[in-house]
Write a protein that binds this ligand. Structure first.
Ligand code: AMP
Length: 576
C-alpha cells in the first residue's frame, strides 16, 4: 500500500543531504553551515529533483529555534539578563532603527514608498537566533560578557519582532481604511501584546520558577532516565508552545524563559545534556529549510539590488552595532563580536517580509531579496567572524598606541583575545582544565613548590584563579596560539585534565610536536581513548574510571580485611 509520508521524507532528505554536504564543506575547511544551506537549495523547489515540503521544514526549523533558546536559557539567570539591559535595550533599539532607515533608503531609490521601505528595513534589521547562537556556541562565547550582551540584544530584537508582527496588520488596516485618526486601532493591539508578554514573564517568574525545578527534582527521584529526558523536553517545548499560543509571545522567548527557570535547579546541567543531540539535529534542519527558500534566479534578475541588500546586512548593520557598543564604552573585542553576530538575517525576517507581502505592504521583490540576502549573509557569517579575528589584533595595537591603558579589569575573554602575552615561566608545569581533576593537580603542585600555569575556558574559573594570583590563560587549549603562549618547549610537564578526548587528542598532538621530550600526562575515560592519546604522543594516560574502581576496591578491601568499627579498620589498614 503506497502511503504518503511528507514529514518523514522531509526529515530524511534534510538530514541525509545536510550530512553529505556538511561533510564535504568540512573537508574543504569551510563552515558546515554552507553545506547545510546548499543541501536545502537542492531539496528546495527551485532546483530539479526531489522537493521537500517547505511548510514542514519550517516547522522543524522552529523546533531547532526552541531547543537552542532553551539551551541558552539554561545558562542564564534573571540576574545575567538584567545585568546587560543597560546596553542590550538601547543598543538593539538603536540598531533596529539604523538598519530600518538604511532599508528605507534603498527602498526610496527603488520608488517603493514609505511603508514598503519600512517593512523591508525592519526585516533587514533582525538577526537569526539560530545563526547567532551557533556562532557563539562554536566559539564558547555564550557565557562570556560579550555572549550575554549578544543574547540580551537578541531577546530585545525578538520582542520588537513580536510587536512588529501585530503592528503590521494594524498598519495595513489603517492604510486600507485611509483613516488618519484611527490611532486606537494601531495602539490597542500593541498594548494588548505587551500586556500578554508581560503576563507571561510574570507567570514564569512567579509560578514557573517554583514549579519547574520542583517537577524536575521529583522526576529525577523516580530514577528513570527516560522520564527525566522526557520531562525536560516536555517542559521546554510545552512552555514555548504555551507562550506562543496563550500569551502571543514567540516560541523562542518562551523557550528561553523555560530554560531560565530551569536553570534555578541543580539538575539544570543534566537537563542541558539531555537535549543536546536533538538540538543539534533540529538546528541543522533550520539551515536546510532556509536553503529551500532560495531562488537562484534572483541573482540574475536583480544582481545590484541583491548586492545592496547584502551590503546593508553584512556591513551596514555591523558597523552600526559596532559604533553603538563602542559608544557605551565597551571594549573593541566586545563590539566586534556583537557586530559579527548580527551581520546576518534569518527566520524573523522571512516571517515579517512574508506578512508584508501578504498584506500588500511590500512588493514580492522585497521578499525575494530578503530570502536571498538571508542565505548569502548566513553563508558569509563564518567568514565575517574570521575577518574580525584578523582585524582585532590590528585595532587593539592601534588603540594601545593612541590610548592610555583602560582602567578596571577587563573580562578574561576580552583580555585573552586582545593580548596574548607569552608566559615568562620555564621548567614549569601546564595544567589544561581546572575542574575536578586539574584543581587537585594545582593544589599538589603548590605544595611541591613547582611553578605552574593553567589553561581554562570557563570565565568564572579564570576569574577565581586570577584573584588567587595564579597565572591563567583563557580559551580553548586546542588553539595553537594559546599553546604557543605557554612555553611548551621549556616546560617540564603538561597535564591534560579535560574530559573531552577529542580536544585532548588535539592538544596532546600539538604539544608533542612543540616539544618531543615533554612529559605529557593525559586523562581518558575508556581504553580506546587511552590508546588514542598515547598514540598521539601522551607519555602516560590515566583512565579515570579504572582509578575510581581501584579506590572503591581499596576501601572495600580495607573494610573487609579488618572487622570492627570503620574508623578502626581504616587505621589498621593504613598501617599495613
Ligand atoms: P572537570 O571535568 O570537572 O575536571 O572539568 C574540566 C575543566 O576543563 C572545566 O573547568 C572546563 O571548563 C575545562 N575545559 C574543558 N575543555 C577545555 C579546553 N578545550 N580548553 C580549556 N579548558 C577546558
Amino acid at each position: 500500500m503506497p502511503h504518503y509520508t511528507p514529514l518523514i521524507a522531509t526529515i530524511v532528505a534534510g538530514l541525509v543531504l545536510a550530512f553529505i554536504f556538511g561533510s564535504i564543506a568540512h573537508r574543504l575547511r569551510i563552515s558546515p553551515i554552507v553545506g547545510y544551506l546548499l543541501a536545502g537549495v537542492l531539496a528546495g523547489p527551485y532546483t530539479p529533483g526531489f522537493v521537500a515540503d517547505q511548510a514542514l521544514a519550517n516547522e522543524l526549523a522552529e523546533l531547532g529555534v526552541i531547543l537552542l533558546m532553551f539551551g541558552v536559557g539554561l545558562h542564564f539567570s534573571l540576574k545575567d539578563l538584567l545585568s546587560v539591559r543597560a546596553i542590550a535595550i538601547p543598543g538593539a533599539i538603536a540598531q533596529i532603527g539604523v538598519a530600518t532607515l538604511m532599508g528605507m533608503g534603498m527602498a526610496y531609490f527603488l520608488g517603493w514608498g514609505l511603508i514598503a521601505g519600512f517593512v523591508f528595513g525592519l526585516a533587514l534589521s533582525v538577526a537569526s537566533t539560530v545563526v547567532l547562537l551557533r556562532a557563539l556556541q562554536e566559539r564558547r562565547l555564550v557565557e562570556t560578557e560579550r555572549g550575554r550582551i549578544a543574547v540580551g540584544w537578541l531577546i530585545v530584537e525578538d520582542l520588537a519582532m513580536v510587536l512588529a508582527l501585530v503592528l503590521l496588520p494594524a498598519l495595513a488596516g489603517l492604510i486600507m481604511a485611509k483613516d488618519a485618526l484611527a490611532d486606537a486601532a494601531m495602539w490597542q493591539p500593541i498594548a494588548i501584546t505587551l500586556g500578554k508578554v508581560a503576563a507571561f514573564v510574570v507567570v514564569m517568574l512567579v509560578i514557573g520558577q517554583r514549579v519547574v525545578p520542583w517537577l524536575l527534582h521529583w522526576v529525577a527521584h523516580t530514577g528513570s532516565r527516560e522520564l527525566f529526558r522526557l520531562s525536560v523536553l516536555a517542559i521546554a517545548i510545552g512552555i514555548a508552545y504555551a507562550a506562543s499560543t496563550l500569551f502571543g509571545a514567540s516560541f523562542a522567548l518562551g523557550a528561553f524563559f523555560a530554560g531560565m527557570v530551569m536553570s534555578e535547579s541543580p539538575l539544570s546541567q543534566r537537563a542541558a545534556e539531555e537535549t543536546l543531540p536533538l538540538r543539534d539535529a533540529f538546528a541543522v534542519l533550520f539551515f536546510v529549510s532556509v536553503g529551500m527558500l532560495f531562488n537562484p534566479a534572483i541573482v540574475l534578475e536583480h544582481p545590484w539590488l541583491l548586492a545592496g541588500t547584502i551590503f546593508i546586512i553584512v556591513f551596514g548593520k555591523s558597523i552600526a552595532a559596532f559604533l553603538i557598543v563602542r559608544a557605551f564604552r565597551y571594549p573593541t573585542t566586545t563590539a566586534l563580536t556583537i557586530s559579527a553576530s548580527l551581520a546576518q538575517i534569518g527566520e524573523f525576517s522571512f516571517i515579517l517580509a512574508g506578512l508584508g507581502v501578504a498584506l500588500k505592504l511590500m512588493p514580492q521583490t522585497g521578499l525575494d531579496l530578503i530570502l536571498a540576502g538571508a542565505i548569502i549573509s548566513i553563508m558569509l557569517n563564518p567568514f565575517v567572524f574570521q575577518a574580525i579575528d584578523w582585524i582585532k589584533p590590528k585595532l587593539e595595537k592601534r588603540k594601545a598606541k593612541t590610548e592610555e591603558e583602560i582602567a578596571g579589569p577587563a573580562e578574561p575573554a576580552e583580555e585573552a583575545a586582545a593580548t596574548l602575552t607569552p608566559t615568562s615561566l620555564a621548567n614549569h608545569a601546564v595544567i589544561v582544565g581546572y575542574g575536578r581533576v586539574g584543581s587537585h593537580i594545582g593544589d599538589r603542585l603548590r605544595e611541591l613548590n613547582i611553578p605552574y600555569l593553567v589553561i581554562e575556558d570557563r570565565t568564572d574559573v579564570v576569574k577565581q584563579l586570577r584573584a588567587r594570583g595564579i597565572e591563567v590563560f583563557f580559551g580553548n587549549a586546542a588553539s595553537s596560539e594559546l599553546l604557543a603562549a605557554v612555553n611548551l618547549p621549556h616546560a617540564r610537564t603538561l597535564f591534560v585534565a579535560i574530559p573531552e578526548s577529542f580536544e585532548a587528542g588535539q592538544i596532546v598532538e600539538q604539544a608533542r610536536k612543540a616539544n618531543p621530550s615533554l612529559e605529557i600526562v593525559a586523562r581518558a575515560h575508556s581504553d580506546a581513548e587511552k590508546d588514542n592519546l598515547n598514540r598521539l604522543g601522551a607519555s602516560f594516560t590515566i583512565m579515570g574510571e579504572r582509578e575510581i574502581a581501584q579506590g572503591m576496591m581499596d576501601y572495600a578491601f580495607k573494610n573487609a580485611a579488618t572487622p570492627g568499627p570503620a574508623t578502626q579498620a581504616t587505621t589498621k589498614a593504613d598501617e599495613l
